[in-house]
Every structure is written in structure tokens, then in C-alpha cells.
Design a protein. Structure first.
Length: 264
């Protein structure tokens, strides 16, 4: 993969001296490396991914039982906001493979303990962003739907696509969600792998991530699109495919970090 030194305009950005420039097609190399890690890790990676399959199915069942199925799509889309924190175990597995250590599910689950404080605060920040998004979705739903909508998914889908209020809800949800997702991606694109790899603080990691995204914007736009596609495909298949697509995205994110951030 070809890499060039940080350009002069980027030197004014925080921690720009530690960021590499990468070509626009680099995300496909990261994806290929992530697939190799997934295959090499075996059950450690697949088992970690299965955890999110079970949690996703349980949340969907809980929303349906509570007649809050209208929150399913905001919650599913909001998953992208906290995915970088949830994928810490995949970063651990990729790092272990890199160092010649045999990956295990136990090591993946304990990975955040290496830099627990900053990793916890970074995960908490992403969780608060998700809760804010869910609250905004509830408010939009209440404002846009004047009449009560049935709890079943078909009634909700019909009301969303075939009524003026539903279309307004859809447009506003997509617009607000896109802005929040872009902010979360810029702040977490390489921040969580960096915190796992080094004894850095959360502010330092987030600032480095913002700089890495800003200095490699074309490549990062491609990478963000790939992540969205992987998450959508995983959830569209009844969450089951997340056992493959989420590990793939997580391992590839580790390689994105390695490609864009220079060693200490």
C-alpha cells in the first residue's frame, strides 16, 4: 500500500505528525486484511460476533413486547454509533494475530482492561450519543405521527412510507442520524484501536482520529460507506449475519488504524 508523508496543510491539525496519508482505495486492503484475520482467528472471532447476534435479537423481541417497535429502526441505525466500542474484542484478536499470540474469546472480552479508564470514557461517550439519538427519534415520532400507529411492523412501515407525517419523520431521521453518525465516525474511526494499543488519553485519541479522517477524507468516506453496508447486511439477515460482518468490520478497523497512524 502506498503511503505519503503528512502534507504541510495538515501539519496544523492536532497530532498531524503521527498520521499517514493513504490512497482512496486503501479501505479495500483493510477489508481484505480483516477477512484474513477473521479466518485465522476461527471461533474466537466468530464467538465474539455471536454475542451481538444474541443481544440484537433480544432487543428486537423486547421492543416488540413493549409495543415500541417504532424504535427498532432508530436503534438499528444507532448501532453504528457504538459499534467502534463494541468491536474492542476484534481489535484485541487482530493485535494478537499480529504479535503471533493465539487468539481466544477470553482475551477478547478482557481486552479493554489494558487501558480501562480512557476506553471506558470513550465507550460511555458513544453510548450517550446513542441515547441522545434515541431520544430525538422518540420526539420526532411523537411530532410527526398525529394518529396512533399500530405496534406491528407492517402498520409502522405503511404509516412511514404512505403518510405525509411518516415521510417527514423519515427525512428528518435520516438527516439527523447522518450528522450524528458522521460525528461519531470522525471521533472514533481510529480512537478505540489507538487506546487499546497505547496508554493514551481519550482526548488525544479522539483528536488523532479527527485528524486522520480529515487528512484522508476520500478514503475515510469509502471506509464509512463499507462499514454501513456491512452493518446493514448483517441486520437485514435477521441479525444472524452480524456474526460475520461485524468481525470483518472490526478486524479491518484495526488495519485501518495501523495504516493511518504511525507507530510511537
Amino acid at each position: 500500500m502506498s503511503e505519503s508523508e503528512a502534507s504541510a496543510p495538515g501539519a496544523a491539525r492536532p497530532f498531524a505528525d503521527r498520521v499517514r496519508s493513504v490512497p482512496t482505495a486503501a479501505p479495500f486492503d483493510w477489508l481484505a486484511a480483516g477477512w484474513r484475520d477473521f479466518r485465522a482467528a476461527g471461533w474466537a472471532s466468530f464467538g465474539y460476533g455471536l454475542i451481538f447476534v444474541v443481544v440484537g435479537l433480544a432487543l428486537a423481541a423486547a421492543l416488540f413486547a413493549a409495543d415500541m417497535i417504532y424504535l427498532f429502526f432508530p436503534l438499528a441505525s444507532g448501532f453504528v454509533l457504538i459499534a467502534p466500542a463494541l468491536a474492542i474484542g476484534f481489535y484485541v484478536i487482530s493485535r494478537d494475530l499480529e504479535q503471533g499470540i493465539r487468539p481466544s474469546l477470553g482475551r477478547a472480552l478482557r481486552g479493554w482492561l489494558g487501558n480501562a479508564g480512557p476506553l471506558f470514557y470513550a465507550g460511555l461517550a458513544l453510548l450517550l450519543l446513542l441515547l441522545l439519538w434515541l431520544r430525538l427519534a422518540q420526539l420526532l415520532f411523537a411530532l410527526c405521527f398525529e394518529d396512533a400507529v399500530g405496534p406491528d411492523p407492517q402498520a409502522l412501515l405503511a404509516a412511514t412510507l404512505l403518510t405525509p407525517g411518516g415521510l417527514t419523520f423519515l427525512v428528518l431521521s435520516v438527516a439527523i442520524g447522518a450528522v450524528m453518525a458522521a460525528l461519531a465516525f470522525a471521533g472514533a474511526a481510529v480512537a478505540l484501536p489507538l487506546l487499546l494499543d497505547r496508554q493514551a488519553g481519550m482526548v488525544e485519541a479522539v483528536a488523532t482520529s479527527w485528524t486522520a479522517v480529515a487528512m484522508n477524507l476520500p478514503a475515510m468516506i469509502v471506509w464509512a460507506a463499507i462499514i454501513v453496508v456491512l452493518c446493514v447486511v448483517g441486520m437485514a439477515a435477521g441479525f444472524v449475519a452480524l456474526a460475520v460482518t461485524l468481525p470483518l468490520a472490526g478486524h479491518a478497523t484495526w488495519h485501518a488504524y495501523r495504516a493511518t497512524v504511525r507507530p510511537p
